[in-house]
Structures are given as C-alpha cells and as structure tokens.
Design a protein around this ligand. Structure first.
Ligand SMILES: Cc1cc2nc3c(=O)[nH]c(=O)nc-3n(C[C@H](O)[C@H](O)[C@H](O)COP(=O)(O)OP(=O)(O)OC[C@H]3O[C@@H](n4cnc5c(N)ncnc54)[C@H](O)[C@@H]3O)c2cc1C
Length: 413
C-alpha cells in the first residue's frame, strides 16, 4: 500500500489556486479517486508526473532505484528547444510546443511550493553559420520556424559578433531565436522534489523495481522490489529513463529504449560573457546567469559505460575554441556525463501498454526530456486518471514502428 492520501496543506492549496487561473491548472486538486499509482523512476519524468497525479487527486508513490533526480535529469543542459527540431516529424513539434506552453505554470507551481528557484530564463538561442558547416540548417530552420510560429531573426556577421563578443570572426552570419529558454536542471529537480515532499507524495529511494504483478483478471496490481517486497497499486507508470528497456524486458515487453551517453564540460567566465545558448554542429554552449557555461555534449552508444573521457572532453573544448575563441581563457571547472533515454527515432513512448491493463509508459525522451517534461506530466497524469487525450498521439505509442531513424535516432559511431 502507498499509505493514506494526505490532504494538501491549506496554505499550499491556496498558493496553487492563485496560479491556477492558467488553463493548464484549472482542475488542480479536484477530488480524484485516490487511485494508487506506482511511478517507477525518480527522474524529471517520474517526479513531475507524480506531482501532477497528486494534483488530480491520485495517490502516487515514486520508486527510485538510487537517489531521485541524479541521472539524466540532473546531467542534462536544460535547453528548452530540441536540437534541430526541423529534423523531427511535425507531431513532435506539436508535442514540444504543448509542453513548452506549460513550462511557465509548471515552473511557477514548483517554485512556489518549494520556495526554491529553478533559474528558468529566456536567454535566446543562436546558431552561427560557417562556410564549412557539416550540416547546413539555414533553409530548413527558417521554414520550420515560420511554419510553427517560432520567432527567428537572421543576423549578418557584424551583428552576430556584436551580440556574442566571443564569436569567431570567420562566422558568416547566424540565426537567432530570441525566445528560447533554459533551466538549471539540478535546481529544477531539487524544486520538484521539495514540492513532492511538501505535498506528502512519498519518494522511496534505493527501491529498485524488478517486476510487476497482475491480479486474477490480468490487470496490473502490484510492483515487486529487489529484495522481494510487493507494493499493491492500481496502476504502474514506467518512467525509468535509460533503464526502461531492460526493465520492460524483465516484465515481458519489447521497448527499444537504451542509453545514449552524453558528456559535458563546465567552464566559468565573467557573467554575461556569453549571452545566448550557442549551438553548432559539434557543440553547444549554455551560459548560466552566474558565469558558468555548459559545453555539451557527446552522443555515444556505449551502453552504461560510466565516466568522462579525455578524448571527448578535448573534442568539446576544441569545438568551443573554434566557434567562440574568446572563451580560450575561460576556467575549466569540471566534467560529467549522463545517460539519455534513447529511442530509435528520437521520440518518446507515451501511453498505455496493449495487453497490460494498468501499465503505462512515459520514457524514451532522449535529448528532450526536460523540454518535454511538463507536457508529459500533464498528459500522462490526465490519461491515467481517465481523461483520454483529444489529440492524435499515435506517433508516440508504445508499439509503434520507428520512423525517421537516420536523422535523429541512435548515433552510428
Ligand atoms: C548530456 C545531456 C544533455 C541533455 N540536454 C538536454 C537539454 O538541453 N534539453 C532537454 O530537454 N533534455 C536534455 N537531455 C535529456 C534529458 O536530460 C532526458 O531526456 C531526461 O532527463 C529524461 O528523464 P527521465 O526521468 O526519463 O530519466 P532519468 O533522469 O534518467 O530518470 C530515470 C530514473 O529511473 C530510475 N530507475 C531506473 N530503473 C529503475 C528501476 N528498475 N526501479 C526504480 N527506479 C529506476 C533511475 O535511477 C533514474 O533516476 C540531456 C541529457 C544529457 C545526458
């Protein structure tokens, strides 16, 4: 059992109510049926969905094999825009747009509940264009932006260098999306976690789920933890990030989610030295308000191989110095890595599982799990509570054939 459903403390209920005039939260804290939902995985997808489930009157519990919010969701760069969104099907852009539309209200909710700042900000994003670019994005990027209403500006060389003083003089021009945002992942995760605690949603750490039990009717009715403990539940949400494929296999499901390792280097310089997210073929820079600059990220299909490597770190730094030579003297602070939950076509798996009543999946968010988190949490919480989506989500269904593999799927090298 998850333990009894605990009422939301009055002052927090009031805080939420005050921001729930926004469309996405109109039904906050409605009297749900107290449905028990075992959420497997304490990353951003599992934790945020648990918070949204709680809002809808469910009785969720987060089960996490290690420490919550320490895997991909901690390691990521927090760019709130896909890497080259024009390479994906339109259904993906619609999902991203819907999710980003919920970001402000989600952020306000977790900041108010937790009294923590996530450092969500709209820093804008620039793609500098060089004559020897490996991928020439200009035309596709402009067409995509126009079609989906993403404000974009074309800058010439001088404007690009004026806006970003560290930029190489070889730049031919750039594209600038002034409204693209970013968030500081560890801070967002800390705020979501505290919000869950404030709402008395249990987070059980060091609790590895190894199986799922069914009742006499064939409905999912429990999860089994390593060590043998069984937790009764009405529904299970599989949100185990890169480990989802392995866990799915353990319960007899084929789900082709596997880790794609990404390494990041952290630089430090004067605050404001880099103003926008800068994205190029081999590298992106994400400037934080305090002068930290994240340089990412490799795409490696090496299983769960831990640790950073000198070769990758050097590649990231070389690319940085080539694009933005003005950062040559920035201090190198540290390196880290994370395992993106990769899917063959770069798109997440969202929804119920055929033949497993009560089993739900929200995983495979690959390079975009932070940007997609509010949309995923909103969609999945409503769906699990009985509100079927009104939009066509067949491109994200669990047993879909992979599409678009060559463009945004698993790395080949
Ligand atoms: C280097 C890098 C850069 C990135 N940059 C961006 C970006 O700029 N923008 C963006 O939107 N996204 C980015 N991402 C992707 C994003 O971080 C992920 O898509 C997202 O964090 C996935 O969240 P998740 O909750 O599914 O997975 P995770 O955060 O990995 O969480 C899954 C959790 O499940 C737990 N778990 C696994 N198996 C079990 C089990 N059997 N029982 C219990 N618990 C289990 C794990 O311990 C883990 O804590 C980046 C990722 C990386 C690595």
């Amino acid at each position: 059992m998850h333990g009894g459903m605990v009422a939301m403390p009055g002052r927090f209920r009031k805080r939420i109510a005050s921001i729930d005039s926004g469309e996405s939260f109109v039904n906050a804290f409605k009297q749900g049926d107290g449905r028990r939902v075992a959420v497997v995985g304490g990353g951003i997808i599992g934790c945020l969905t648990a918070l949204y489930l709680h809002r809808l009157g469910a009785n969720p519990i987060v089960l996490e094999k290690g420490d919550a919010g320490r895997e991909s969701s901690w390691a990521g760069a927090g760019i709130l825009c896909p890497i080259h969104p024009w390479l994906y099907p339109d259904s993906f852009t619609r999902l991203i747009d819907a999710s980003l539309a919920l970001f402000p209200s989600m952020n306000e909710m977790v900041e108010q509940l937790s009294d923590l700042k996530t450092e969500w900000q709209s820093s804008g994003m620039m793609i500098p264009l060089f004559a020897d670019d490996r991928i020439h994005h200009r035309d596709d990027a402009l067409a995509w932006s126009k079609r989906f209403g993403w404000q974009v500006e074309e800058l010439d060389r001088q404007q690009s260098c004026e806006l970003e003083a560290t930029m190489s003089g070889h730049v031919g021009g750039s594209l600038l999306w002034p409204n693209v945002g970013q968030v500081r992942n560890p801070r967002l995760l800390a705020a979501i976690r505290k919000a869950l605690e404030i709402c008395h949603v249990p987070i059980r750490e060091q609790a590895e789920v190894i199986g799922v039990g069914k009742n006499g009717q064939g409905d999912v009715a429990s999860v089994v933890l390593a060590g043998g403990e069984r937790i009764d539940t009405d529904a299970v949400l599989l949100a185990a990030g890169s480990w989802s494929g392995g866990l799915a296999r353990q319960i007899g499901l084929e789900l082709p989610v596997e880790p794609v390792k990404g390494q990041i280097v952290l630089l430090r310089d004067e605050p404001g030295k880099v103003k926008h997210i800068i994205k190029h073929d081999d590298v992106y820079l994400v400037p934080r308000a305090d002068g930290h600059i994240l340089v990412g990220a490799s795409m490696e299909r090496v299983g769960f191989e831990p640790g950073t490597t000198e070769a990758v770190v050097n590649n990231l730094l070389e690319a940085t110095y080539r694009i933005t030579p003005g950062l040559k003297d920035s201090k190198i602070i540290q390196q880290w890595m994370g395992f993106r939950p990769g899917s063959p076509d770069g798109m997440p798996y969202l929804g119920p599982v055929d033949g497993y009543p009560g089993l739900w999946v929200a995983t495979g968010h690959y390079r975009n799990g932070v940007a997609l988190a509010p949309g995923t949490a909103d969609l999945m919480s409503r769906w699990i509570m009985g509100e079927a989506p009104q939009v066509d989500l067949s491109d994200f269904r669990v047993n879909r054939p992979a599409v678009n593999i060559d463009k945004v799927g698993f790395p080949t090298a």
